[in-house]
Design a protein around this ligand. Structure first.
Ligand code: ZN
Length: 445
């Protein structure tokens, strides 16, 4: 059976991921992501109202025109998890394909909201929920399985196409976490089994391939967070925490530890509301009485209550960990909310600065403004969601693929992974395929 892999987006950058695999006459599209930095660089761009071709020209969404070169039918669109660089272009591209969107329940719920927010196109693809461990039929000779993986958002999977040539694993994004928070451990056993059964091709997440060692477990970030908040137990002033609002496990840890130090957690910000309510609706253990305020008026009221009843009684968990200009923490730093910092108040960043000039500049500014108001900064209480070098080594040992396609990085970001794969006996141009956006990798005739 002919196997071709169209490397559509995310092969020259971190962002706008999209890959299509053709196995015989059947095509499956993995991810349709947005490169948010290409949007934010322009002032006042409203992507909801923009046309796909304009967004493609901006480099914001994948240029899927290469799809016309693949001969076959698209049978499914498969987002691996709910991060925007994997689902953020679905509203702009999915309607062009007559195929269902298949993902884990949490991912599909976020996709549904993404489609509702889209105002330029009508996206009416069927939405199908499938859990890790489950399999569906794609064509006469092709099935798709979801393997449960761990990442910095719940409900992440690695989809596997079972073809007569062997398995094709789409391995974006993951870290090997044996002790995660709120969900099952990484399914290493299944990857080993797949390796034993024969893996024809493996598409890998190279985001952190250049970092040495292994990525620690979310349970480590959780203990770091607990330790930090415990150290404030006797502090009676203001404490504010910020993290990725999509990182439900981390938000849930913050809520738990707020209570341990005798404070009432209050979640503030539109995206905090979106992700936390979605998780709660799907049965993740978010307390029913947790206070979450997304809209401006309700946030203002909550801030006023915090100031009236005493900052020492509360732990506001807010958006703005990257210093995003319109996020809550940045507004608080600019003194645009009723919340007032006093000398010595604590600000906890349970996040790492995404190494990108726009983020770095915005985060620097936000931190500076907070410090000018007397706040003390507790930074980098975080672990990454992506494999580092030793995680990649372990995955190659387990999966032993015939072919490797590195993804999710620029050319320089892929280089450390290429070095590792070469040390494991792979050869560039033979079984190690370095691609660029818009190419088709032909794996057999
Ligand atoms: Zn991700």
């Amino acid at each position: 059976m002919e196997i071709e892999i169209a490397t559509i987006g995310g092969y020259q950058e971190v962002g706008r991921n999209m890959t299509a695999v053709r196995a015989g006459d059947d095509i499956v599209v993995f991810d349709m992501g947005l490169n948010l930095s290409q949007v934010l660089i322009h002032d006042d761009v409203r992507t909801e109202q923009m046309h796909s071709l304009d967004l493609i020209d901006m480099g914001a969404i994948p240029d899927d025109r290469v799809m016309s070169e693949l001969e076959g039918d698209v049978k499914a669109i498969v987002p691996t998890h709910g991060h925007l660089d994997h689902i953020g272009a679905i509203g702009k591209l999915a309607h062009r394909y007559d195929a269902p969107i298949v993902g884990s329940p949490f991912t599909i719920e976020l996709v549904r909201q993404e489609i509702e927010d889209e105002s330029k196109f009508d996206v009416d693809n069927e939405l199908i929920k499938m859990e890790g461990g489950e399999t569906m039929e794609i064509g006469d000779e092709v099935d798709m399985e979801f393997v449960h993986v761990t990442h910095s958002i719940v409900g992440a999977v690695s989809p596997v196409l079972h073809t007569p040539e062997g398995a094709v694993i789409y391995g974006l994004d993951k870290r090997i976490d044996h002790n995660p928070v709120l969900e099952d451990p990484f399914d290493m056993e299944r990857f080993r089994e797949l390796g034993d059964e024969g893996v024809f091709a493996y598409i890998e997440d190279c985001t952190n391939a250049g970092r040495k060692g292994r990525t620690p477990s979310e349970s480590l970030a959780r203990e770091h967070l607990r330790d930090t908040l415990k150290s404030f137990e006797d502090y009676t002033g203001g404490i504010v925490a910020t993290t990725f609002s999509s990182h439900v496990s981390r938000v849930s840890s913050l809520v738990e530890f707020a209570k341990e130090i005798g404070r009432k957690p209050i979640l503030l910000g539109r995206s905090m509301e979106k992700y936390t309510n979605t998780a709660r609706d799907l049965g993740y253990p978010i307390p029913d009485d947790l206070e979450i305020y997304g809209h401006r008026r309700s946030r203002e009221r909550a801030f006023k209550r915090i100031m009236n009843e005493g900052k020492g009684n509360f732990l506001p968990v807010v958006t703005g960990h990257q210093g995003e200009p319109r996020a809550m923490l940045t507004r608080m730093a600019r003194d645009e909310t009723p919340f007032k910092f006093d000398e010595g108040d604590k600000v906890v960043f349970s996040a790492r600065v995404i190494p990108e000039p726009t983020n770095e500049g915005q985060r620097y500014a936000a931190e500076k403004l907070l410090k000018m108001q007397g706040a003390r900064i507790y930074d980098e209480i975080h672990v990454s969601g992506h494999l580092r070098e030793e995680g990649h080594y372990q995955m190659l040992d387990a999966v032993r693929p015939d072919n490797i396609i590195p993804a999710h990085q620029s050319l320089s970001g892929i280089a450390p992974y290429v070095d590792l794969a070469e040390s494991k006996g792979y050869t560039v141009g033979e079984d190690l395929h370095i691609s660029r956006n818009g190419n088709i990798v032909q794996l057999n005739e």
